[in-house]
Design a protein. Structure first.
Length: 94
């Protein structure tokens, strides 16, 4: 009984914090999903909502590993290029 109360209280607390972080700076969506995951241990409606949110998240994530690697390589090349430019020309104003 105490375990269930702790799960429910923790889940709703995470939902409230996640909702606040949607308008404040911070990771609102992952906190909301964590709250739903905790509540899904006890409630079927939370399990259905969590599954729906995760299915929607899969639609917006990169589809393949190759694309993620390409994005990582592009970011690495941009960082390297910036480092070389700063090394060659220095930091303006210093």
């Amino acid at each position: 009984m105490i375990r269930r109360a702790a799960i429910v209280a923790g889940g709703f607390a995470l939902l409230l914090v996640g909702a606040a972080l949607l308008v404040l700076p911070g990771p609102g969506i992952p906190v909301l999903v964590a709250g739903l995951a905790l509540l899904s241990l006890e409630f079927h409606w939370a399990r259905r909502l969590r599954d729906w949110v995760l299915r929607r998240a899969e639609r917006v994530t990169p589809a393949s590993r190759g694309r993620r690697i390409a994005v990582g390589r592009t970011a690495l090349a941009a960082a390297a290029g910036t480092s070389v430019a700063v090394g060659v020309w220095g930091v303006p104003g210093l």
